[in-house]
Design a protein around this ligand. Structure first.
Ligand code: 5AD
Ligand code: FES
Length: 368
């Protein structure tokens, strides 16, 4: 297995069977994490980037079987923040040192393109030195282009699984893997720094599904990849399914770091929910981003995608302070700059055939 880990670090790609063997074995963990830390150290030193997460609406028109804010969950107390409330989250975040804001929400019809564009412009006008990330689900190419033109810089849209049948088993039929992947390619083409990702241990996920996720990521070449363990939510069809494994999540974080050295890779809240030290362990396995919650404390419990989510109580008002302490204790430091992806020429130059399959630039915007 060491041979495959070395090969991944050297070539930045593996064959499907090789991925499957490595993921199934989950072997040589310490060696993998050591290599992953060395690689992220080369690109990012001991820096951990922070993104201020603003969960601005929990209305959602979708009905994903795993998600606590799915349309059919009538127990959810729905809320949406107004533009003023969102701006005041940004104001507080800016004061705390955040220079990236992530607007995350369900697919909420109230937030039409025009309202979103107004919001994006207002945030960029007030905080022109900050990066703005959208995480608002699948939108048409035209809409995404308008959001980009209004000033949004980045877009997170987890692909959830790259296996067609598995995708079908996680979502109602209105949603399709094809559309999801097409949306991700559109985002890259428009010029967004783009993030995909998946849950680890979602019901029905096999080692083959995970290998396909790795191949999809190799093809898409996103700037960010978010992964976290599946955590059941009691009011969903997957209420009694088993949660995903923390160990496997960490292993995949290590592999992703070697697959794409300059990747922005968060140690997610779901990882912190499944293990008190999950986020620290994520960083030590190769992650380099944390996303503290900036939502008003009063709404945090309502944005419950899964049970027992951390950082939802009053004690979590300042996740930023908590996380910077946590990172310092493991020898890392939270940084406040925008944290754009590091240049990756030294490692990947000359290996283009291994990773670029679409005509999209690797970093920054495509100016039209
Ligand atoms: N457990 C873990 N992650 C979840 N997500 C949604 N529901 C759950 C759950 N039950 C993840 C999905 C989604 C992201 C915003 O949160 O991957 O894309
Ligand atoms: Fe939110 Fe620790 S990060 S309370």
């Amino acid at each position: 297995m060491r041979r495959l880990i070395d090969k991944l670090e050297r070539d930045h790609c593996l064959k499907k069977e090789e991925w499957m063997a490595l993921i199934a074995a989950e072997a040589e963990k310490e060696y993998l994490y050591e290599r992953a830390r060395a690689v992220s150290g080369q690109y990012y030193g001991n820096k951990v980037y922070t993104r201020g997460l603003i969960e601005f609406t929990n209305y959602c028109r979708n009905n994903c079987y795993y998600c606590g804010i799915r349309r059919d969950n009538a127990d959810v107390e729905r809320y949406r923040l107004s533009e003023e409330e969102i701006l005041s989250c940004c104001k507080e975040g800016y004061r705390l040192g955040f220079r990236t804001f992530v607007l995350q929400g369900g697919e909420d019809a109230y937030y039409t393109d025009d309202r979103l564009i107004h919001l994006i412009r207002a945030i960029k006008k007030a905080y022109g030195d900050c990066a703005l990330t959208l995480s608002i689900g699948e939108k048409s190419k035209e809409s995404c282009r308008k959001f980009f033109e209004a000033g949004a810089d980045r877009y997170l849209l987890r692909h959830e699984t790259a296996n067609k049948e598995h995708y079908r088993s996680l979502h109602p039929k209105e949603l399709s893997l094809e559309k999801r992947q097409e949306c991700l390619y559109n985002l890259k083409e428009i010029g967004f720094q783009t993030g995909c990702g998946f849950m680890v241990g979602s019901p029905g996920q096999t080692v083959e599904c995970l290998a396909e996720d790795m191949l999809f990521i190799t093809e898409l070449q996103p700037q960010m990849v978010g992964i976290g363990p599946f955590v059941p939510h009691h009011k969903t069809p997957f209420a009694s399914e088993a949660a995903g494994s923390v160990e496997r999540t960490l292993y995949l974080i290590g592999l992703l770091r070697l697959l794409k050295p300059n990747l922005l890779l968060p140690a997610t809240t779901a990882l912190g929910t499944m293990d008190e030290n999950g986020r620290e362990r994520g960083i030590l396995a190769g992650a380099n981003v944390v996303m503290p919650n900036l939502s008003p404390v009063g709404v945090r419990k309502k944005y419950a995608l899964y049970d027992n989510k951390i950082c939802t109580g009053d004690e979590a008002a300042e996740c930023r302070m908590c996380l910077s302490g946590r990172m310092e204790r493991i020898g890392y430091r939270l940084v406040t700059d925008r944290g754009d992806p590091a240049e990756n020429e030294c490692h990947l130059a000359g290996k283009k055939e291994n990773y670029v399959q679409r005509n999209v630039t690797e970093s920054g915007r495509v100016h039209q």
